[in-house]
Design a protein around this ligand. Structure first.
Ligand code: MG
Length: 155
């Protein structure tokens, strides 16, 4: 068994879409990034890569590479899954937490879980996605940004 941890954060700005786990969330601002800046997809990708000691998403898909501009991060996650499986590992489960005060995400959690589970080739029961606020504190509380954490178990 091997455990991996992933973290990601992006700025929230006007004129961008907010995409989380492949779900477009209706909100007046979105996450700034080279790709679609899907913090959930990025944190989960880093968790599974980390568990396999295969580096990180930024090394695999550099933000200096025009090929990955506005990339669908769920496609990048699927590529990471392929790498992890090719290295001889099976993904057992993933648990992720998105941190942001606004927008409220409860209504979208089910669809995010289904999307992430599909990319991980897992039953939805093996994928947990949670949303937490930071009660007005820091960049996730004052609307500056959004963050996500994830852990993954491989065998
Ligand atoms: Mg990112």
């Amino acid at each position: 068994m091997r455990v991996g941890h992933g973290f990601d954060a992006h700025r929230l700005v006007e004129g961008r879409r907010l995409v989380l786990g492949g779900v477009v969330i209706p909100f007046e601002r979105g996450a700034l990034g080279h790709s679609d800046a899907d913090v959930l997809a990025h944190a989960v990708s880093d968790a599974i890569l980390g568990a396999a000691a295969l580096g990180d998403l930024g090394a695999r898909f550099p933000d200096t590479d025009e090929r990955w501009r506005d990339a669908d991060s769920m496609e990048l996650l699927a590529a990471c899954v392929t790498d992890v499986r090719a290295a001889g590992y099976r993904i057992v489960n993933v648990d992720a937490t998105i941190v942001v005060d606004r927008p409220k995400l409860a209504a979208f959690i089910g669809e995010m879980r289904e999307n992430v589970a599909q990319r991980l080739v897992l039953d939805v029961e093996a994928v947990s996605v949670k949303a937490k606020t930071s009660e007005g504190m820091g960049y996730t509380g004052d609307g500056t940004g959004i963050a996500a954490y994830a852990v993954a178990l491989l065998e």
